[in-house]
Design a protein around this ligand. Structure first.
Ligand code: SF4
Ligand code: SF4
Length: 287
């Protein structure tokens, strides 16, 4: 069973929920698919057993032995990746989108495309099972493709080790890597917070999960900080036939747990937050 935990935006507590789900009693496979900002490895400090290079795309580079500084490439680059610095034409590795146009139009054939290979996928063991995570290098592209690789690897590991549950920590937002994180999963959990933007982001994510007909639950984090808004979110979900799996209270120990490289269920097993998380997990997995 694959359970994906996602959120409409960052900072809602998605990783706190994922890490808590990952450290309940069952031994699981944890897939950190938030490849642009993977962070669960910081909490779980996994023992990496395999490291794979991920070619995230291509970047343009200038061969200065051929370049005559005509600046034609600068005029054509739609991504403003080419500029002139101290009289020399240079390409920004961060801004270059890898579209290859400059390499085609350079009159001196001075621009080559090189494969970016600084991104990595790691797999190994952590204290409650197996873990896979991707780390996309700054400026590298195709995070959705890396998410697919992480999920594929997690499935292989789950089959090989007879582990039935895969917890996916998905990226925030509604972009391509989110879609890659949820397509074909058994269950999706959306973590939201009781604010106007929390509700608006939730609506946008629900459009995705309903488009893919995914079995979806919502968890409202820090619900007691704004009970009115929390009620609005609940009403909205009820009207759309979306199930609320749990309402988590504001809990300062969540941050303490992260600082101490623990999930909240490990750090504060007797807290109300932990009890609610356990209850939410049971609701999600038993249905
Ligand atoms: S188009 Fe080619 S020759 Fe002209 S500045 Fe760009 S790299 Fe150099
Ligand atoms: S490959 Fe495309 S984005 Fe990159 S520098 Fe060339 S024209 Fe600009």
């Amino acid at each position: 069973m694959e359970i994906a935990v996602i959120s409409g935006k960052g900072g809602t507590g998605k990783s706190s929920v994922s890490s808590a789900f990952a450290t309940l009693s069952e031994i699981i496979v944890l897939a950190d698919c938030d490849v642009d900002a993977a962070n669960l490895y910081l909490i779980f400090n996994p023992e990496n057993e395999e490291e794979q290079v991920y070619a995230g795309g291509q970047k343009a580079v200038i061969d200065y032995s051929l370049c005559d500084n005509c600046r034609v490439c600068q005029d054509y680059c739609r991504f403003d990746a080419i500029s002139v610095v101290n009289g020399k034409t240079v390409i920004s590795g961060i801004l270059c989108d890898g579209c290859k146009l400059c390499s085609r139009i350079c009159p001196e054939n001075a621009i080559k495309m090189i494969v970016e290979n600084k991104s990595r996928m790691f797999s190994g063991s952590f204290r409650n099972g197996k873990m896979v995570y991707g780390r996309l290098a700054p400026g590298e592209e195709n995070s959705g493709k890396l998410v697919n690789l992480v999920r594929e690897k997690a499935k292989q590991i789950s089959l090989k080790n007879g582990l039935n549950t895969i917890i996916i920590d998905g990226p925030p937002g509604i972009g391509c890597p989110v879609i890659s994180s949820v397509t074909g999963v058994d269950k999706v959990v959306i973590v939201t917070e009781p604010t106007i933007s929390g509700l608006n982001d939730l609506k946008r994510v629900l459009e995705i999960t309903s488009k893919f007909s995914l079995n979806t639950w919502v968890i409202i984090n820090k619900f007691n900080l704004n009970p009115d808004m929390s009620n609005r979110i609940e009403s909205y979900c009820n009207n759309c036939d979306i199930k609320i799996a749990g309402k988590l209270p504001f809990e300062p120990k969540v941050v303490e747990a992260m600082i101490n490289c623990k999930s909240i269920t490990e750090w504060a097993p007797e807290s109300h937050f932990t009890k609610e998380i356990i209850s939410a997990y049971k609701i999600i997995t038993n249905e």
